[in-house]
Design a protein around this ligand. Structure first.
Ligand code: 4NP
Length: 156
């Protein structure tokens, strides 16, 4: 089982989008049985407020025919570091925040999502940009390239 955790700040926009786009890609490739996929945030306020997926993410997933279920924001915990094999952050500040919460990346599990692509860059936060289309295509490219990386590495 390959356990993948996507991480952003609030766990209501980018990381749930990545979770469901990657789940769909894995399902379409007939690889469902090989993966456990989840998402989390580095902040706690959305968990405290029991926040669900942002409507912008819901809308773009619906438009792109990506199935999703309800997901409630939760903050990443030390337990997640032990459990997951790949902890994939959307930007550098997420990486710094993860370190602050769980300590050093002793098992080299943390990566930046778009470092799997040929054009490394951060996934801009649509909470601020309002551009969920741009986020979707960045997430889509990241998911494709991460899946290709796993194939190259002989993991799938
Ligand atoms: P996300 O976006 O990290 O992509 O989920 C955000 C969502 C909510 C907030 C910040 C970022 N917020 O400040 O509540």
């Amino acid at each position: 089982m390959i356990k993948v955790l996507f991480v952003c700040l609030g766990n209501i926009c980018r990381s749930p989008m990545a979770q469901f786009v990657f789940q769909h890609m894995v399902d379409e490739a007939g690889l469902t049985h090989l993966f456990e996929i989840d998402s989390a945030g580095t902040e706690s306020y959305n968990e405290i407020n029991h926040a669900g997926i942002h409507y912008g993410t819901r809308d773009i997933l619906t438009e792109m025919k990506v199935p999703f279920v309800e997901h409630y924001s939760r903050q990443i915990r030390k337990f997640d570091y032990e459990k997951f094999d790949y902890i994939i952050a959307m930007d550098e500040s997420n990486v710094e925040d993860i370190h602050a919460l769980i300590g050093a990346d002793k098992d080299h599990k943390i990566s930046l999502f778009l470092d799997y692509t040929s054009h490394p860059r951060k996934i801009k936060n649509p909470w601020y940009t309002g551009n969920f289309d741009e986020t979707y295509w960045d997430v889509y490219e990241g998911c494709q390239c991460f899946l290709e990386y796993l194939r190259r590495e002989g993991k799938i």
